[in-house]
Design a protein around this ligand. Structure first.
Ligand code: F6P
Length: 370
């Protein structure tokens, strides 16, 4: 049965969960402001599902969120909450929702967070089943049914800026750098940042290469860069390889194997590793991520008011075939079940988008190496 919409004064809880993503605060701010304007009672849950289990729920403070929206992280706090996946954790979360008279829940997070949201959709509230909505936020861009998740653009810009810096010092010393970036099992962030930064090679899990093939790819890139150029132009003074963290070889081991094969060929070239790690996840959100967060949260709150439930508000773009929602021509609402199923396929390499990414990643490999 389609749940009834939200009445004025209905209490709506918002939480951020999983890995934080720059732009989450802008989404919180928009949810708080739009909800207040409509006349909803907007509350925030601290530390994601961990705070929900413990009933740590308080009114959203618009003034505080106005300030926070300029910053990365999340003003509500977040957690990777293992207890929430247990029957006891679920029971406590349901009790907290009932006790606090929550009529609707907006979850801002990635795949695991939206999986959690789905389990709460049958919680009974005074006005009918709990209304549940999701907003995609993860720097990995590994969620289907949205062309962009909150945080991706900022993370990409952070990587590009770091690579620009590394280029300077790499060129000065004639060095090869292997720069490891976050993204879990998804190579999107590494690839897009690599193209934007002008990397010489990008290593992604989706290429399905063996250890020997990965080493070979880096060695070939170095030969192409430091060896004689077909058009007689000067050789390169640096090689920058971006490696997605999901590639199944440790960066330190990759470096060792590459050095073994190249030290006699290029004795004057030093090879170094830089792991950007959590630097990629923090930092000031770009204008795009702030707007993305605000627009997705705006549409999600309005959809919940209209009685829509069990959906994710995604950003339009290639591969998104559903029509736009009535509240924003760039926002598309997709049932959570479909989002989770399509995401599983994307990560298994079993969807049109996954196949397209894999093909393009392979094409880009040769183009970057030139
Ligand atoms: O999912 C976002 C992400 O930053 C991944 O890129 C990374 O693998 C993971 O989270 C790291 O999580 P944590 O900070 O919990 O170790």
């Amino acid at each position: 049965m389609r749940p009834m919409g939200l009445e004025k004064g209905a209490r709506v809880a918002v939480l951020t969960s999983g890995g934080d993503a720059p732009g989450m605060n802008a989404a919180l701010r928009a949810a708080a402001r739009v909800g207040a304007e409509i006349g909803l009672d907007m509350v925030g849950v601290e530390d994601g599902y961990a705070g929900l289990i413990e009933g740590r729920i308080a009114p959203l403070d618009i003034r505080l969120l106005d300030e926070a929206s300029r910053r990365g992280g999340t003003a509500l706090g977040t957690a990777r909450c293992k207890p929430f996946a247990t029957p006891e954790g679920q029971k406590r979360a349901r009790e907290a929702l009932a006790k606090n008279d929550i009529r609707a829940l907006l979850v801002i997070g990635g795949n695991g967070s939206l999986t959690g949201a789905r389990t709460l959709r049958d919680v009974e509230t005074k006005g009918g089943p709990l209304i549940v909505g999701g907003v995609p936020a993860s720097i990995d861009n590994d969620l289907a049914c949205t062309s962009m998740s909150i945080g991706v653009d900022t993370a990409m810009n952070t990587i590009v800026e770091a690579c620009d810096r590394i280029f300077d010092t790499a060129t000065a010393h004639k060095r090869t750098f292997i720069v490891e970036v976050m993204g879990r099992d998804c190579g999107y962030l590494a690839m897009t940042a690599g193209i934007a930064a002008g990397a010489d090679a990008v290593l992604v899990r989706e290429a399905d290469k063996t250890e020997a093939q990965i080493v070979d790819q880096v060695v070939r890139t170095m030969q192409r860069a430091y060896g004689p150029q077909p058009d007689g132009s000067a050789t390169k003074r640096r090689v920058l390889v971006i490696k997605s963290e999901g590639v199944p070889i440790e960066s330190a081991r990759l470096k060792e194997l590459v050095v073994e094969k190249t030290h006699s060929l290029f004795p004057d070239v030093d090879t170094r590793v830089t792991v950007l790690g959590h630097v990629v996840r923090g930092g000031t959100p770009t204008a795009f991520d702030r707007l993305l967060g605000a627009r997705l949260a705006n549409a999600a709150i309005r959809a919940m008011v209209a009685g829509q439930s069990d959906f994710m508000a995604g950003w339009c773009g290639p591969g998104i075939t559903r029509p736009a929602c009535p509240w924003d021509p760039y926002v598309v609402l997709t049932p959570l079940e479909e989002v989770l199923a399509e995401t599983a396929k994307l990560m298994a390499g079993d969807s049109d988008l996954a196949r397209w990414r894999k093909r393009v990643f392979a094409e880009v490999e040769d183009i970057l190496q030139r």
